[in-house]
Design a protein around this ligand. Structure first.
Ligand code: ATP
Length: 461
């Protein structure tokens, strides 16, 4: 039976962090040197889970849409791009320090926590006379803190060689708008999708992989006729919500939050967030934005290259509007991990090896890192079972596990979300059949080895 777990407190987050480390999903980066704040490494299982998520996104965005293509642009780009996009002047967060305990906060987060409007206006902050939430000390005035990481290109380190680590993947798409549409002969409406690393020197990173300084985004920019922007904005918000639901995120924990006019970024005409109820708060998983033609226009102005599009049928000429879907791979991976983590009453193993509580990671099969665990009942059967393992591993990520009781091995696989465990026993040698156990139902099928390929094809297709 599923144990009730509110998943709504810090204790649950601590559980997830330690689970993620113990089972090889996510590690603190540079841990042996004391760690580095807000950077994380994905372990063997976490890397598979995140890759499966990215694969599912590419399938949804590129494979299933005739008019969306992919791109993989550089992390380092011409510094003028960030002038044009407004990031150098305005990609900053409002920062305040506590004069007593020296802790640092985002002014907009303090306002939000005090039940005041989350949208931040610098001049008004002082009026509220907020105190440090940690020690009640006095806060400094607000300073704007640019979130972009700088580095130098070439041998000389001076202001002429300064470049930035991209804080979003979107700009790499805008500056390739003409390259992609010409080379692929695309007609509007069409989209360009890419997944890649982004870097932000966040003031208050935290909540595990929710807010990191190096993270991965999955963004799609959909170029449309300005007259149709509202229609596509609605279309993509439904599509994106459908994607999270289709991969099994709990419907009750997902919601849409539309930005009010005074919350909108300078480039946006409409914005809506898909929020997930994380244990610490309802927070953004992905944003869908109508970015107007702000970015293309800015790049036209700064690069002096035309960004207009001519509709060959109607002869209409315009700079396209962009509907952006901007999600984070790490945030989504964390949400799926939290959502799938389920504690149940003991259900496998004999009485000696039984635990009071077991964990079942109820991930969708498409996301599960290991698809099939191959479990010989005895080491003596190794030779026969390896043949099956070698056959299945050409198609699925499989794990071969021969150590411990079968109950223990089932438990280990349930905990990492493996949908199927295949056991080979002494009878298998005779009847050429194996037992396949389903993670969620615990139903066991006795399947002939010859039919295994068809059996799993049906399960995974
Ligand atoms: P937030 O308000 O939480 O800082 P944002 O509005 O700045 O997010 P966007 O700029 O819209 O975020 O970025 C798009 C997506 O990239 C977010 O929905 C999120 O999933 C992801 N993302 C942004 N910043 C981070 C971060 N520091 N760490 C992990 N993921 C991030």
């Amino acid at each position: 039976m599923v144990k009730e777990d509110s998943k709504n407190d810090d204790k649950f987050m601590e559980k997830i962090v330690s689970f993620a480390k113990r089972r090889g999903f996510i590690f603190q980066s540079s841990e042996i040197y004391g760690g580095i704040n807000s950077i994380y490494d994905y372990g063997p299982l976490g890397m598979l889970l995140k890759n499966n998520l990215k694969k599912a996104w590419f399938k949804e965005m590129i494979q299933l849409n005739d008019n969306v293509v992919g791109l993989d642009s550089g992390i380092l780009m011409h510094p003028k791009i960030w002038e044009a996009s407004g990031h150098i002047a305005g990609f900053s967060d409002p920062l305040v320090d506590c004069k007593s305990c020296k802790k640092r906060f985002r002014a907009d987060h303090l306002l939000e926590a005090s039940g005041l409007k989350p949208d931040f206006r610098p001049k008004e902050f002082k009026k509220h006379n907020l105190k440090c939430p940690e020690c009640d000390g006095e806060l400094t005035d607000v300073r704007e803190f640019n979130l972009m990481f700088k580095t130098f290109m070439g041998a000389v380190e001076d202001s002429t060689s300064e470049i930035y680590m991209r804080p979003e993947t979107a700009q790499g798409i805008y500056v390739n708008f003409q390259n992609v549409s010409n080379s692929m002969r695309l007609k509007i409406p069409f989209g360009i999708a890419q997944i890649g690393k982004a870097f932000r020197n966040e003031i208050t990173p935290g909540n595990f992989t929710f807010r990191m300084r190096e993270f991965e985004q999955m963004e799609m920019q959909f170029f449309v006729n300005p007259k149709e922007a509202s229609k596509w904005f609605k279309y993509w918000q439904e599509k994106r919500m459908g994607w999270y639901l289709g991969l099994g995120l709990d419907k009750k924990k997902l919601k849409l939050r539309e930005h009010k006019k005074d919350e909108l970024a300078h480039y946006a005409a409409q914005a809506i967030d898909i929020e997930y109820e994380f244990p610490f708060q309802d927070r953004e998983l992905e944003g869908i934005h109508n970015r107007t033609n702000f970015d293309l226009k800015q790049h036209e102005k700064y690069s002096k290259q035309a960004m207009a599009y001519t509709d060959l049928e109607t002869k209409e000429k315009y700079i396209p509007y962009v509907i952006e879907t901007s999600g984070g791979c790490d945030r989504a991976t964390l949400a799926f991990l939290i959502d799938a983590y389920t504690e149940v009453d003991a259900r496998s193993g004999d009485s000696e090896s039984k635990h009071e509580t077991e964990v079942v990671l109820k991930l969708d099969k498409r996301l599960a890192p290991i698809k099939i665990a191959i479990l010989p009942l005895s080491k003596k059967l190794d030779k026969e079972v390896r043949v099956i393992y070698n056959m299945l591993k050409t198609k699925y990520i499989c794990e071969y596990d021969v150590t411990g009781s079968i109950g223990k091995r089932y438990r280990r696989q349930d905990e990492i979300g493996t949908p199927y465990c295949l056991t080979f026993d002494f009878e298998s040698v005779e009847d050429k059949k194996v037992t396949v156990r389903d993670r969620d139902t615990m139903n066991q099928d006795r399947i002939s080895i010859q039919e295994l390929n068809d059996y799993f094809r049906e399960k995974f297709d």
